[in-house]
Design a binder for this molecule. Structure first.
Ligand code: ISE
Length: 334
Protein backbone atom coordinates (compact mmCIF):
# COMPACT_ATOMS: atom_id res chain seq x y z
CA UNK A 1 0.00 0.00 0.00
CA UNK A 2 1.16 3.52 -0.74
CA UNK A 3 0.15 6.78 0.90
CA UNK A 4 -0.44 9.58 -1.63
CA UNK A 5 0.73 12.78 0.04
CA UNK A 6 0.35 16.47 -0.74
CA UNK A 7 2.99 18.88 0.62
CA UNK A 8 1.90 22.47 1.29
CA UNK A 9 4.86 24.87 1.18
CA UNK A 10 7.98 24.22 -0.87
CA UNK A 11 10.44 26.45 1.02
CA UNK A 12 13.46 25.01 2.81
CA UNK A 13 11.62 22.53 5.08
CA UNK A 14 9.03 21.63 2.44
CA UNK A 15 11.75 20.76 -0.08
CA UNK A 16 13.53 18.73 2.54
CA UNK A 17 10.40 16.74 3.35
CA UNK A 18 9.54 16.19 -0.32
CA UNK A 19 13.02 14.75 -0.96
CA UNK A 20 12.86 12.57 2.11
CA UNK A 21 9.39 11.26 1.31
CA UNK A 22 10.40 10.57 -2.28
CA UNK A 23 13.71 8.86 -1.54
CA UNK A 24 13.83 7.35 1.92
CA UNK A 25 10.35 6.72 3.28
CA UNK A 26 8.86 3.41 2.11
CA UNK A 27 5.16 3.39 1.10
CA UNK A 28 5.09 7.20 0.61
CA UNK A 29 4.46 9.04 -2.67
CA UNK A 30 4.34 12.81 -3.15
CA UNK A 31 1.49 13.40 -5.60
CA UNK A 32 1.01 17.16 -5.17
CA UNK A 33 2.86 20.21 -3.91
CA UNK A 34 1.75 23.81 -3.46
CA UNK A 35 3.31 27.17 -2.78
CA UNK A 36 2.38 30.81 -3.28
CA UNK A 37 5.69 30.93 -5.14
CA UNK A 38 4.40 28.92 -8.10
CA UNK A 39 7.73 28.80 -9.91
CA UNK A 40 9.40 27.25 -6.91
CA UNK A 41 6.52 24.79 -6.47
CA UNK A 42 6.89 23.78 -10.13
CA UNK A 43 10.60 23.10 -9.76
CA UNK A 44 10.03 20.97 -6.66
CA UNK A 45 6.98 19.23 -8.13
CA UNK A 46 8.72 18.39 -11.39
CA UNK A 47 11.52 16.67 -9.50
CA UNK A 48 9.11 14.06 -8.10
CA UNK A 49 6.38 14.07 -10.77
CA UNK A 50 3.80 15.79 -8.52
CA UNK A 51 0.89 18.03 -9.51
CA UNK A 52 1.42 21.69 -8.64
CA UNK A 53 -0.91 24.21 -6.99
CA UNK A 54 -0.43 27.82 -5.96
CA UNK A 55 -3.07 27.52 -3.22
CA UNK A 56 -2.80 24.97 -0.43
CA UNK A 57 -6.60 24.75 -0.16
CA UNK A 58 -6.80 23.38 -3.72
CA UNK A 59 -4.16 20.78 -2.89
CA UNK A 60 -6.10 19.71 0.22
CA UNK A 61 -9.25 19.43 -1.92
CA UNK A 62 -7.48 17.21 -4.50
CA UNK A 63 -9.17 13.78 -4.30
CA UNK A 64 -5.93 11.94 -5.02
CA UNK A 65 -4.26 13.50 -1.94
CA UNK A 66 -4.87 11.12 0.99
CA UNK A 67 -2.69 12.88 3.59
CA UNK A 68 -1.16 16.33 3.89
CA UNK A 69 2.15 17.64 5.18
CA UNK A 70 2.10 21.37 5.98
CA UNK A 71 5.45 23.17 5.75
CA UNK A 72 4.25 26.66 4.83
CA UNK A 73 4.85 29.66 7.14
CA UNK A 74 3.35 29.41 10.65
CA UNK A 75 0.60 32.00 10.13
CA UNK A 76 -1.00 29.74 7.44
CA UNK A 77 -1.10 26.61 9.61
CA UNK A 78 -4.47 27.19 11.24
CA UNK A 79 -6.33 27.59 7.97
CA UNK A 80 -4.69 24.61 6.27
CA UNK A 81 -4.99 22.32 9.30
CA UNK A 82 -8.68 23.18 9.67
CA UNK A 83 -9.19 22.43 5.96
CA UNK A 84 -7.56 19.00 6.43
CA UNK A 85 -9.79 18.28 9.43
CA UNK A 86 -12.87 19.30 7.42
CA UNK A 87 -11.74 17.02 4.56
CA UNK A 88 -11.05 14.14 6.99
CA UNK A 89 -7.39 13.87 5.89
CA UNK A 90 -4.48 13.04 8.23
CA UNK A 91 -2.14 16.01 8.51
CA UNK A 92 1.43 16.42 9.71
CA UNK A 93 1.84 20.12 10.48
CA UNK A 94 5.31 21.56 11.01
CA UNK A 95 5.63 23.54 14.24
CA UNK A 96 3.97 25.71 15.37
CA UNK A 97 0.47 24.23 15.21
CA UNK A 98 -0.49 27.91 15.03
CA UNK A 99 1.25 31.07 16.27
CA UNK A 100 -1.33 32.04 18.94
CA UNK A 101 -3.17 30.05 21.61
CA UNK A 102 -6.52 31.30 20.27
CA UNK A 103 -5.72 29.89 16.83
CA UNK A 104 -4.51 26.61 18.37
CA UNK A 105 -7.75 26.36 20.35
CA UNK A 106 -9.79 26.66 17.17
CA UNK A 107 -7.89 23.68 15.72
CA UNK A 108 -8.25 21.76 18.98
CA UNK A 109 -11.98 22.37 19.07
CA UNK A 110 -12.45 21.20 15.47
CA UNK A 111 -10.42 18.04 15.99
CA UNK A 112 -11.83 17.25 19.43
CA UNK A 113 -15.28 16.89 17.81
CA UNK A 114 -13.99 13.95 15.71
CA UNK A 115 -13.98 10.32 16.87
CA UNK A 116 -10.22 10.08 16.27
CA UNK A 117 -7.14 12.26 15.90
CA UNK A 118 -6.04 13.47 12.46
CA UNK A 119 -3.44 16.07 13.44
CA UNK A 120 0.22 15.48 14.25
CA UNK A 121 2.61 18.37 15.00
CA UNK A 122 6.20 18.22 13.72
CA UNK A 123 8.16 18.11 16.98
CA UNK A 124 10.82 15.84 15.51
CA UNK A 125 13.08 15.65 18.55
CA UNK A 126 10.73 13.01 19.98
CA UNK A 127 11.97 10.72 17.18
CA UNK A 128 15.68 11.22 17.91
CA UNK A 129 17.55 8.17 19.29
CA UNK A 130 19.26 10.25 21.98
CA UNK A 131 16.12 11.94 23.28
CA UNK A 132 14.28 8.59 23.23
CA UNK A 133 17.08 6.98 25.22
CA UNK A 134 16.94 9.79 27.81
CA UNK A 135 13.22 9.23 28.23
CA UNK A 136 13.65 5.46 28.54
CA UNK A 137 16.22 5.93 31.33
CA UNK A 138 14.00 8.33 33.22
CA UNK A 139 10.82 6.30 32.75
CA UNK A 140 12.70 3.11 33.67
CA UNK A 141 13.30 4.57 37.13
CA UNK A 142 17.11 4.20 36.97
CA UNK A 143 17.86 7.67 38.35
CA UNK A 144 14.80 8.42 40.46
CA UNK A 145 12.62 11.51 40.15
CA UNK A 146 13.65 14.39 37.90
CA UNK A 147 14.67 17.59 39.71
CA UNK A 148 16.30 19.85 37.12
CA UNK A 149 16.70 19.89 33.35
CA UNK A 150 19.47 21.91 31.68
CA UNK A 151 18.96 22.56 27.96
CA UNK A 152 21.23 24.31 25.51
CA UNK A 153 19.92 25.30 22.09
CA UNK A 154 22.53 26.93 19.88
CA UNK A 155 22.39 27.86 16.21
CA UNK A 156 25.47 29.07 14.30
CA UNK A 157 23.77 32.17 12.90
CA UNK A 158 20.32 33.58 12.13
CA UNK A 159 18.72 34.44 8.81
CA UNK A 160 17.90 38.11 8.19
CA UNK A 161 14.70 39.15 9.93
CA UNK A 162 15.06 36.72 12.86
CA UNK A 163 13.72 38.49 15.96
CA UNK A 164 14.19 38.15 19.72
CA UNK A 165 10.63 36.76 20.02
CA UNK A 166 11.47 34.13 17.37
CA UNK A 167 14.27 32.84 19.59
CA UNK A 168 11.37 31.57 21.69
CA UNK A 169 8.60 30.89 19.15
CA UNK A 170 10.90 29.29 16.56
CA UNK A 171 13.66 27.75 18.65
CA UNK A 172 12.76 27.31 22.35
CA UNK A 173 9.41 25.76 21.36
CA UNK A 174 11.34 22.54 20.76
CA UNK A 175 12.75 22.63 24.29
CA UNK A 176 9.28 23.34 25.66
CA UNK A 177 7.97 20.29 23.81
CA UNK A 178 10.86 18.09 25.00
CA UNK A 179 10.28 19.27 28.59
CA UNK A 180 6.58 18.34 28.51
CA UNK A 181 7.18 15.01 26.74
CA UNK A 182 10.29 13.92 28.65
CA UNK A 183 8.95 14.78 32.09
CA UNK A 184 5.27 14.06 31.38
CA UNK A 185 4.32 17.35 33.08
CA UNK A 186 2.86 20.63 31.92
CA UNK A 187 4.81 23.88 32.18
CA UNK A 188 3.11 26.31 34.57
CA UNK A 189 5.33 29.42 34.40
CA UNK A 190 8.09 31.02 32.31
CA UNK A 191 10.64 33.73 33.08
CA UNK A 192 13.16 35.05 30.59
CA UNK A 193 16.55 36.48 31.62
CA UNK A 194 18.60 38.66 29.28
CA UNK A 195 22.39 38.51 29.50
CA UNK A 196 24.36 41.12 27.60
CA UNK A 197 23.88 40.48 23.86
CA UNK A 198 26.67 38.99 21.79
CA UNK A 199 28.49 41.49 19.58
CA UNK A 200 28.22 38.81 16.84
CA UNK A 201 24.41 38.98 16.86
CA UNK A 202 22.58 41.38 14.55
CA UNK A 203 21.95 44.81 16.09
CA UNK A 204 18.89 44.76 18.36
CA UNK A 205 18.66 40.97 18.78
CA UNK A 206 18.57 39.88 22.43
CA UNK A 207 20.92 36.95 21.90
CA UNK A 208 21.50 34.89 24.04
CA UNK A 209 18.48 34.46 26.33
CA UNK A 210 17.99 32.24 29.36
CA UNK A 211 14.46 30.88 29.67
CA UNK A 212 13.43 29.41 33.01
CA UNK A 213 10.44 27.06 32.94
CA UNK A 214 8.62 25.69 36.00
CA UNK A 215 6.65 22.47 35.69
CA UNK A 216 3.46 21.36 37.44
CA UNK A 217 5.46 19.04 39.74
CA UNK A 218 8.17 21.55 40.60
CA UNK A 219 10.95 20.62 38.15
CA UNK A 220 13.01 23.67 37.10
CA UNK A 221 14.15 23.78 33.46
CA UNK A 222 16.69 26.28 32.16
CA UNK A 223 17.00 26.75 28.41
CA UNK A 224 19.90 28.66 26.90
CA UNK A 225 18.81 30.00 23.53
CA UNK A 226 21.86 31.29 21.65
CA UNK A 227 21.24 31.63 17.94
CA UNK A 228 24.43 33.34 16.75
CA UNK A 229 26.96 31.16 18.56
CA UNK A 230 29.13 31.05 15.41
CA UNK A 231 30.47 27.51 15.71
CA UNK A 232 27.61 25.21 14.61
CA UNK A 233 24.30 23.70 15.70
CA UNK A 234 24.73 22.53 19.25
CA UNK A 235 21.97 20.84 21.24
CA UNK A 236 22.85 19.65 24.75
CA UNK A 237 20.75 18.27 27.55
CA UNK A 238 21.39 17.16 31.08
CA UNK A 239 18.65 15.84 33.30
CA UNK A 240 19.45 15.93 37.01
CA UNK A 241 17.54 13.37 39.05
CA UNK A 242 17.65 12.06 42.61
CA UNK A 243 20.28 9.35 42.15
CA UNK A 244 22.03 10.31 38.92
CA UNK A 245 22.05 12.40 35.79
CA UNK A 246 21.14 11.56 32.19
CA UNK A 247 22.90 13.51 29.43
CA UNK A 248 22.21 13.54 25.73
CA UNK A 249 25.18 11.88 23.98
CA UNK A 250 27.52 13.56 21.53
CA UNK A 251 26.37 13.18 17.92
CA UNK A 252 29.62 12.96 15.93
CA UNK A 253 29.89 9.52 14.30
CA UNK A 254 33.64 9.48 14.98
CA UNK A 255 36.09 11.44 17.09
CA UNK A 256 39.61 11.93 15.80
CA UNK A 257 42.55 11.95 18.22
CA UNK A 258 45.72 13.28 16.63
CA UNK A 259 48.71 15.44 17.50
CA UNK A 260 47.61 16.13 21.05
CA UNK A 261 44.06 17.15 20.09
CA UNK A 262 40.70 15.53 19.60
CA UNK A 263 38.11 16.52 17.01
CA UNK A 264 34.54 15.63 16.05
CA UNK A 265 32.09 17.21 13.66
CA UNK A 266 29.47 19.70 14.94
CA UNK A 267 26.32 19.64 12.76
CA UNK A 268 25.75 22.71 10.57
CA UNK A 269 22.04 22.99 11.38
CA UNK A 270 18.98 21.11 12.60
CA UNK A 271 18.48 19.38 9.26
CA UNK A 272 21.80 17.63 9.68
CA UNK A 273 21.46 17.05 13.43
CA UNK A 274 17.93 15.69 13.23
CA UNK A 275 17.99 14.09 9.74
CA UNK A 276 17.41 10.58 11.11
CA UNK A 277 14.70 11.87 13.47
CA UNK A 278 12.84 13.52 10.57
CA UNK A 279 13.01 10.25 8.63
CA UNK A 280 11.59 8.25 11.51
CA UNK A 281 8.91 10.89 12.13
CA UNK A 282 7.74 10.65 8.51
CA UNK A 283 7.97 6.86 8.49
CA UNK A 284 5.82 6.50 11.61
CA UNK A 285 3.35 9.08 10.30
CA UNK A 286 2.99 7.28 6.95
CA UNK A 287 2.63 3.85 8.59
CA UNK A 288 -0.01 5.21 10.98
CA UNK A 289 -1.96 6.99 8.23
CA UNK A 290 -2.05 3.81 6.14
CA UNK A 291 -3.45 1.96 9.16
CA UNK A 292 -6.00 4.71 9.89
CA UNK A 293 -4.39 6.01 13.10
CA UNK A 294 -2.51 9.14 14.18
CA UNK A 295 0.17 9.00 16.86
CA UNK A 296 3.00 11.38 17.78
CA UNK A 297 2.78 14.95 19.07
CA UNK A 298 -0.88 15.99 19.08
CA UNK A 299 -2.81 19.21 18.58
CA UNK A 300 -2.93 19.36 22.40
CA UNK A 301 0.88 19.33 22.45
CA UNK A 302 0.89 22.06 19.80
CA UNK A 303 -1.53 24.16 21.84
CA UNK A 304 0.27 23.71 25.19
CA UNK A 305 3.61 24.53 23.61
CA UNK A 306 2.30 27.71 21.99
CA UNK A 307 0.74 28.73 25.34
CA UNK A 308 4.11 28.39 27.11
CA UNK A 309 5.90 30.21 24.28
CA UNK A 310 3.37 33.04 24.56
CA UNK A 311 4.07 33.32 28.30
CA UNK A 312 7.83 33.37 27.65
CA UNK A 313 7.46 36.09 25.01
CA UNK A 314 5.45 38.15 27.52
CA UNK A 315 8.24 37.67 30.07
CA UNK A 316 10.85 38.67 27.49
CA UNK A 317 8.87 41.89 27.09
CA UNK A 318 8.39 42.86 30.73
CA UNK A 319 10.97 40.74 32.55
CA UNK A 320 8.39 39.23 34.89
CA UNK A 321 7.46 35.65 35.72
CA UNK A 322 4.44 34.76 33.59
CA UNK A 323 2.11 31.93 34.49
CA UNK A 324 0.56 29.58 31.93
CA UNK A 325 -3.15 28.77 32.12
CA UNK A 326 -4.33 25.87 29.95
CA UNK A 327 -7.95 24.98 29.13
CA UNK A 328 -9.24 21.56 30.23
CA UNK A 329 -7.75 18.80 28.10
CA UNK A 330 -10.41 17.39 25.72
CA UNK A 331 -11.13 13.65 26.09
CA UNK A 332 -9.60 12.95 22.65
CA UNK A 333 -6.16 13.77 24.10
CA UNK A 334 -6.52 11.81 27.36
C1 ISE B 1 14.34 26.17 13.45
O1 ISE B 1 13.21 26.81 12.95
C2 ISE B 1 13.98 24.83 13.92
O2 ISE B 1 12.86 24.40 13.93
C3 ISE B 1 15.09 24.08 14.52
O3 ISE B 1 14.70 22.79 14.92
C4 ISE B 1 15.55 24.85 15.72
O4 ISE B 1 16.56 24.17 16.40
C5 ISE B 1 16.06 26.20 15.27
O5 ISE B 1 16.54 26.92 16.38
C6 ISE B 1 14.92 26.97 14.61
O6 ISE B 1 15.36 28.22 14.17
Amino acid sequence: MTLDIGVVGTGMMGQDHVQRLATSVPHARVVAVSDVNLEQAKRVGEGVGARVYSDGRDLIGDDQVRAVLIASPGFTHEEFTLACIAAGKPVLCEKPLAPTTDACLRVLEAEAALPRRLVQVGFMRRYDDGFRAMKERLDGGEVGRALLLHCRHRNAATAPGFTSDMMITDSVVHDIDVTRWLLGQEVVAATVFKPRPSSKAPEGLQDPQLVLLETSEGVLVDVESFVNCQFGYDIRYELVAETGTVSLGEVAAVQLRQQGRYQGRIPADWRERFGAAYRRELQEWVTGALQGRTTGPSAWDGYATTAVAEAAVASLGDGGRTTVELVDRPALYA
